[in-house]
Design a protein around this ligand. Structure first.
Ligand code: BG6
Ligand code: MG
Length: 217
């Protein structure tokens, strides 16, 4: 029985994953190496510092912590330039209709994101007041695939994990949902998100009744 839905943010409710990709690409160029889309896939859902460490490791670079902090600030500065002009136009197709259908069915909703920019992005796109609970990168210690972010969301909603469905576009996020004993819908393709209960390419056409049926299959 589904009582709550927990949404990742970047790449699930808003088209901001592309800005993370552009910012990491810009940082890689600044450091003098290439950064591919396949490498970017491994960063989805991963915290800022952990992402930088993966980027540097792939390029065979090792740096002291203080320099890594500066590079994180540089990447986040560029990311913030991109999100500064964000509007509700960048909410992904079908998201608002799906959330409205969940509310009609008395399903609680939470955000479960690794982002430390969640408040700013949700404000920009006019969705800050929509969630019954918001858990982001400023509230958790353990990054996805640890389930902490989703378990805290479920706790704030007062719903047991087995009654929650997580919506995720990142491999690490799908693993976090499973580790938290929750159902998971992948936003993307099965080759990457195959561990999810099922995958969709977008929320368009999805409603609560269809979700329930698909999860029973
Ligand atoms: C996740 C993104 O939602 O948030 C990652 O998928 C990103 O790519 C992480 O690194 C942290 O985001 P931010 O905005 O705090 O750097
Ligand atoms: Mg994401």
């Amino acid at each position: 029985m589904i009582k709550a839905c927990i949404f990742d943010m970047d790449g699930v409710i808003v088209d901001s994953a592309k800005y993370h990709y552009m910012s990491w690409q810009r940082l890689s160029k600044h450091l003098g190496f290439e950064f591919s889309e396949a490498q970017n896939e491994m960063l989805k859902g991963i915290s800022r510092m952990n992402s930088l460490e993966i980027v540097l490791e792939n390029a065979g670079i090792s740096l002291p912590y203080e320099e890594k902090v500066l590079l994180c600030e540089m990447k986040n500065g560029w990311f913030n330039e991109y999100i500064d002009t964000m509007t509700s136009d960048e909410i992904l197709p079908g998201v608002l209709d799906f959330i409205s259908d969940l509310k009609h069915n008395n399903i609680k909703i939470a955000l479960g994101s690794a982002s430390r920019n969640a408040n700013k992005i949700l404000t920009k796109i006019g969705m800050l007041e929509m969630f019954d609970a918001i858990v982001d990168g400023t509230h958790v210690e353990k990054a996805k695939p640890n389930p902490e972010v989703f378990l805290l969301g479920a706790k704030l909603l007062d719903v047991a994990p087995q009654h929650c469905v997580v919506f995720e576009d990142a491999q690490s996020g799908v693993e976090a949902a499973i580790a938290g004993n929750m159902k998971c819908v992948g936003i993307g393709t099965e080759d990457i998100l195959g561990k999810a209960n099922f995958c969709i390419s977008s929320f368009e056409g999805l409603n609560f009744a269809i979700l329930q049926n698909k999860l029973k299959e």
